[in-house]
Design a protein around this ligand. Structure first.
Ligand code: SF4
Length: 490
């Protein structure tokens, strides 16, 4: 028996009408111009709460329109129904309804790494440092998705390890036919048979990792890998499955992956979205030589603005897009569940108190002192270009970890960030902070003054998870917040 949290009847009817209108608009999107689509979205959904977020949203809608036009019928319907209508329209309404009752924001997406197994050995990848002998139990995985959907969350990012090596992954995608799955993959399983399965499912959007062209990809992932990626792209194009790329930005490839040439090449291959992930010095063997320098990072910000304006592809940078999403989204707008079921504030913040083997998702969100402490601290400063708890605000990470007693989830690695690596992180954050503050003052400070004031007022009302008191985690009692669940068949 699953628990679902229903909207009041009047709101359900309103949502249904909105869905019908938007579905009709999507049906006609092939024949309307980009500008007309943007005007329609503004009037139907209103403006985004962060000014930069509006630009991103509109770029996203245009990229989505393009992906819809190029997809096979199954993928097209799932894109519109699951990602747009379930996650962004109905799900958003359910999430804000519940958020009002529990007193804090519910995540808009979950990142789940069901396995850490991967046949590749790429340098700088943290998955190699996890145990390979335990995957997330299928029943627990399934329950997690079921509960998330009942909370209005329909968007799941599946990471790892290589997600397609998880034995029941297609079964899970099939069962949750109404959810949307974005999968970070090396592409090694996306041969004809692998892509045929995705074409039949329709609700899976693969993002294939690339760090440059042939030389760079083969150097990081092994000889011949670039060729396999090209074949995967070809299979996806032929079977009309929309897809994107993801790139780990290091000090070595920063210029290359932020170049017009790189974007043009992968856009021509058919990628409609591109995600940039900065190399992070985490795990047991962090390599600070791979971490992009503060100068490279700020340069990356400027280049991304230029690339976004120029190319018809949705580009996103997890570290430099703070102004789009209101700073760090860890423990607030997203969280990470690893292969052992440990729940972390974000993929790179490998600390945890709770497990999905022991508690449901909503219970964890409501009672975790770690999550409460992280949420309460956000925004960590008044510059959304310095969002990261690990790189830009290491003192915040140190404080929440020490005060909540959170355990590291990656062997003996994560605690190094708050111990022997702490002073290196501090000096990185100082230098990057100087550069980012200049850009912020020039470009955003005035525009974001009111937004930041509101954010601080919201956070004032949040529970702090006990970090204001000298209370040990084991002595804390869960706060009991009631939100009237409705039992539903399932
Ligand atoms: S802690 Fe850093 S890496 Fe994690 S969500 Fe926040 S900004 Fe991103």
């Amino acid at each position: 028996m699953a628990i679902s949290y229903q909207l009041p009847r009047a709101q359900r009817i309103e949502m249904q009408m909105k869905r019908v209108a938007l579905k009709g608009a999507f049906g006609a999107s092939g024949i309307i111009s980009d500008n007309a689509l943007i005007s329609f979205l503004r009037s139907a959904l209103g403006l985004h709460r962060y000014p930069e977020g509006q630009v991103f949203l509109e770029k996203g809608a245009v990229a989505l329109k393009r992906a819809v036009a190029e997809s096979n019928a199954k993928c097209r319907n799932k894109l519109v129904d699951n990602l747009f209508l379930n996650e962004c329209v109905t799900g958003q309404k359910v999430r804000s309804h519940i958020s009002r009752q529990i007193g804090f924001e519910l995540p808009v997406l979950l990142v789940i790494s069901p396995t850490m197994r991967c046949p590749l050995r790429c340098y700088g990848c943290y998955s190699a440092q996890y145990a390979k002998d335990s995957d997330l139990d299928y029943v627990v995985f399934d329950q997690l998705i079921t509960e998330a959907k009942s909370l209005g969350i329909y968007f799941f990012v599946i990471s790892g390890g290589e997600p397609f090596t998880y034995p029941q992954i297609h079964e899970l995608f099939r069962k949750h036919y109404d959810a949307w799955f974005m999968v970070y993959t090396s592409g090694i399983t996306l041969n004809q048979e692998g892509v045929r399965k995705l074409a039949a499912l329709g609700n899976v959007f693969p993002c294939i990792s690339v760090e440059g062209f042939r030389r760079e990809v083969d150097e990081r992932r092994g000889k011949g890998h670039f060729e396999r990626v090209m074949q995967a792209f070809g299979n996806l194009r032929r079977m009309k499955v929309p897809f994107g790329f993801s790139a780990t930005v290091t000090a070595k490839n920063s210029d290359l992956v932020m170049s017009d040439e790189f974007i043009e090449y992968y856009s021509e291959q058919g990628a409609r979205v591109g995600w940039y992930f900065q190399y992070m010095p985490i795990g047991r063997e962090p390599n600070f030589d791979l971490l992009p320098t503060p100068e490279q990072r700020i340069e990356r910000y400027h280049r991304l603005c230029g690339l976004r304006a120029k190319h018809k592809i949705l580009l996103s940078d997890f570290w430099n897009d703070g102004p789009i999403v209101g700073g760090c989204i860890a423990a607030r707008r997203y969280l990470h569940v690893n292969h052992a079921g440990r729940v972390e504030p974000c993929v790179f913040c490998q600390f945890s108190i709770d497990s999905v083997y022991e508690k449901g998702l909503l219970e964890i969100l409501k009672t975790s002192p770690l999550f409460a402490a992280v949420r309460k601290k956000q925004p960590y400063n008044d510059n959304y270009l310095r969002p990261c708890m690990i790189l830009d605000n290491p003192h915040v990470l140190k404080e929440v970890v020490e005060k909540t007693g959170a355990c590291e989830t990656c062997g003996q690695g994560a605690k190094r960030l708050v111990n022997d690596l702490y002073s290196r992180l501090e000096s990185y954050s100082r230098r990057y902070g100087e550069l980012a503050d200049c850009v912020w003052r020039e470009k955003f400070e005035k525009e974001y003054k009111e937004t930041l004031k509101i954010e601080h007022e919201i956070r004032e009302k949040y529970d702090d998870g006990g970090i204001g008191e000298e209370t040990a985690v084991k002595d804390k009692q869960p706060k009991n917040t009631v939100i009237s669940p409705v039992k539903a068949e399932g």
